[in-house]
Design a protein around this ligand. Structure first.
Ligand code: DX5
Ligand code: ZN
Length: 226
């Protein structure tokens, strides 16, 4: 059954499995769960919208349906509607589509809920796409995923313009009175998490700062507690 996005305790951390041991995804998901995470982030890349490929060749077919956390799926793909349908069928709770891919395909914001009726919806934008372009999507989505690195790989440095962009998006959400959560993705660590939270971010996506470290649980708590 789909989990409730708006019951998640905020601010929250969504660990990104891109940085996890790909041969042991179920135990890496369990690690996030036992560390207190309520959601988990799946980065889907098709080798076209971004150069790399991840979770694109059936790797999640057996993993998604049984995942106990809120399944936050980030689609870095050329054809986001087709991919979203596929991952919705596998049990994704929130599907986040890139604004640039939707514009390229000529999908209007008002069509999104009709095309994808069964899950929460997120809209993401690349770090150099003007945040004003989000405005028409805000009535139709539940989440904005602001990229704080160029999408495509983990372990990159947080772009310094990101907190200002996050504050501008938060302002647009509040001004319109929308029920939309703000998430940020890329380069999150102890220091950048503080800047993001101070700008009004609700959900921090973090990959390489958490996975591959034995103190995963205390790192996760530290991102929120400072
Ligand atoms: C990048 C992905 C991110 C990535 C973040 O394109 O969207 O979710 O896993 O990795 P870190 O936290 O290492 O920057
Ligand atoms: Zn991501």
């Amino acid at each position: 059954m789909m989990k409730d996005l708006f019951s998640i305790n905020l601010p929250a951390v969504s660990p990104s499995l891109l940085a996890a041991d790909q041969k042991n995804l179920p135990s890496e998901i369990e690690r996030a769960f036992s560390s207190g995470a309520e959601l988990i982030h799946f980065d889907v890349m098709d080798g076209r919208f971004v150069p790399a490929t991840s979770f694109w060749n059936g790797e999640l077919d057996s993993v998604l349906p049984s995942c106990p956390l809120f399944r936050d799926v980030h689609l870095m793909v050329e054809d986001p509607i087709a991919a979203a349908r596929k991952f919705a069928d596998l049990g994704a709770d929130c599907l986040t589509l890139h604004l640039e891919a939707l514009e390229e395909r000529g999908v209007a914001p008002s069509q999104l809920r009709t095309l994808l009726p069964s899950t929460y919806l997120g809209i993401s934008l690349r770090p150099h796409t003007p945040v004003e372009r989000l405005k028409p999507y805000l009535p139709y989505v539940d989440l904005v995923l602001l990229m704080s690195v160029e999408p495509g790989k983990g372990g990159q440095a947080f772009l310094e313009a990101s907190p200002e962009r996050a504050a501008a998006v938060k302002g647009m959400i509040e001004e319109g009175g929308y029920r939309v959560l703000l998430s940020i993705d890329g380069g999150i660590n102890g220091a950048t998490a503080k800047k993001a939270l101070a700008s009004g971010v609700d959900i921090l996506v973090a990959g390489s700062y958490l996975y591959g470290h034995s103190d995963f649980a205390s790192r996760l708590r530290g991102l929120i507690d400072g």
